[in-house]
Design a protein around this ligand. Structure first.
Ligand code: SDX
Length: 428
């Protein structure tokens, strides 16, 4: 028996269907709200509003649960690879051996980019933030593959765009870094796996031999898995709404990169390290900064803490925190900001302000410490987040298009001036 919800307004009763998902989450279907009652809803930040039905990622913020297509994030982080997780998110099932080999071979053979892209790269000054370079080069793919602008492409043509994105994003990311460093770019090495190829493009120099450290490559693969999707977060919602206008997948992903850039979202991993460095430079007094974070008159926030959905530990943060200890030990890295991070975490988890607001470490709190140990510079941390989130964005864009969802166009409550006559300049 389907359930419903009733609304009373100005003496009139309205009834709306309630839909329930496979994990027993329920939502009021208000598709007929305005037509039947003249009312709309208002929900800044969409804290209570579902934008879609999705079969890709399930997360339970109260229980700290995260699953990709039903598989637990803990199992995938331990047993899977980033390319396998990418296939799972995009196509819905874990690949067979043959499917996996085809997928990874396709990706390996699309890692090269058009030489003219280097002219775009060379147009950026060396102080350009790599996120701006990355989103520009992804959007430039619309110029090199103009067929991607056709909204009515076949599944095969869309799959080729998907392969191109996953294959070329590491090349663009590494080239953005090389542009910043003033180093010559490295071409992909198809003899290497996905993460090793990225690391070599990032760090190899013409003057020296470069061997990828398998510890670093394995740690990076795990980090990319942990970032691969997270249901309707800010950047994913951006990808979906841009794609809903039938903009190309390249334009939609480029928009997602720009949404992720913000310090309240993916940019937080860079802000966390900058915050920890500032605390260290200021004498390492964690409590002083905890008090700043609680002070309403101080704009300072404890970056890497809090989450719109997780009101318990972010399961990714738990895995990354353990990986940070393992990786730093294996690499023999002793990073003083890791100790400050642990001190800050302990203090916050025992502070009433944070307890009352259910503020826990999120995915960004420890990830920067690992990226730093892997030799990745701070302003590349959000690029790493984008590299991980790419298959999630693609999967969500593909689902939105396959479900034939309408163009996203929210309504508003107008609070501006009422009707008034134009006043000529000499009478103002
Ligand atoms: C990501 O959505 C996703 O899934 C995102 C993500 C993904 O995988 O895509 O998980 C990745 O973006 C993780 C979040 C990274 N951002 C940060 O670490 C930045 C610091 N955190 C926040 O600014 C904040 O917690 C948000 C943006 C993450 C969530 O903000 P909300 O849900 O809008 O909550 P809010 O800003 O309304 O805060 C509620 C209360 C407020 O206090 P009161 O007004 O109730 O007194 O908590 C306080 C806030 O001031 N608060 C913090 C805080 N975060 C919230 N106070 C101090 N430090 C913080 N970090």
């Amino acid at each position: 028996m389907s359930e419903s919800a009733k609304l009373s307004f100005k003496g009139q009763d309205y009834e709306f269907p309630v839909i329930t998902g496979t994990e027993n989450e329920s939502a009021i279907d208000i598709a007929k709200l305005r037509a039947s009652s003249g009312l709309i809803t208002l929900d800044p930040g969409y804290k209570n509003t579902g934008a879609t039905k999705s079969a890709i990622t399930f997360l339970d913020g109260e229980e700290g649960i995260l699953r990709y297509r039903g598989y637990r994030i803990e199992d995938l982080a331990e047993k899977s690879t980033f390319l396998e997780v990418s296939y799972l998110l995009i196509y819905g099932e874990l690949p067979t051996q043959a499917q996996y080999e085809d997928f990874s071979k396709e990706i390996t053979h699309h890692t090269l980019v058009h030489e003219d892209i280097k002219k775009i790269l060379e147009g950026f000054p060396s102080n350009a933030h790599p996120m701006g370079v990355l989103s520009s080069m992804i959007c430039a793919l619309t110029a090199f593959y103009p067929d991607s602008l056709n909204p009515n492409r076949t599944e095969e043509e869309i799959n080729l765009s998907i392969v191109r994105l996953i294959a070329k994003m590491p090349t663009f990311a590494a080239w953005a870094y090389k542009n910043e460093m003033g180093h010559p770019v490295n071409y992909p090495d198809n003899s290497l796996d996905y993460c090793s190829n990225f690391l070599k493009m990032m760090f190899a120099l013409p003057a020296e031999k470069y061997d990828v450290d398998p510890v670093v490559s394995a740690a990076l693969d795990k980090l990319l898995i942990l970032h691969a999707d997270h249901e309707q977060n800010c950047s994913t919602s951006t990808v979906r709404i841009v794609g809903s206008s039938q903009a190309s997948i390249y334009a939609s992903i480029s928009a997602g990169i720009n949404a992720l850039w913000g310090p309240l979202h993916g940019g937080a991993n860079q802000s966390v390290i900058e915050m920890l460095e500032a605390i260290k430079a200021d004498g390492g007094d964690a409590k002083k900064y905890l008090d700043k974070a609680k002070d309403k008159n101080d704009p300072f926030r404890l970056m890497g803490f809090g989450h719109r959905v997780y009101k318990n530990f972010d399961p990714r943060a738990k895995i990354i925190k353990k990986a940070a200890d393992d990786v730093l030990e294996k690499l023999g890295v002793n990073d003083p900001v890791l100790e400050i991070a642990k001190e800050l975490e302990h203090a916050a988890l025992n502070d009433q302000y944070f307890i009352d607001r259910q503020l826990y470490p999120n995915v960004d709190f420890y990830s920067g410490i690992i990226y730093r140990a892997l030799g990745i510079p701070t302003d590349m941390f959000t690029v790493m987040f984008a590299l991980g989130r790419l298959p999630g964005w693609i999967a969500q864009w593909k689902e939105m298009r396959e479900n034939g969802e309408p163009i996203g166009r929210p309504r508003q409550v107008y609070t501006g001036a009422n009707e008034r006559d134009y006043v000529s300049m000499n009478k103002r």
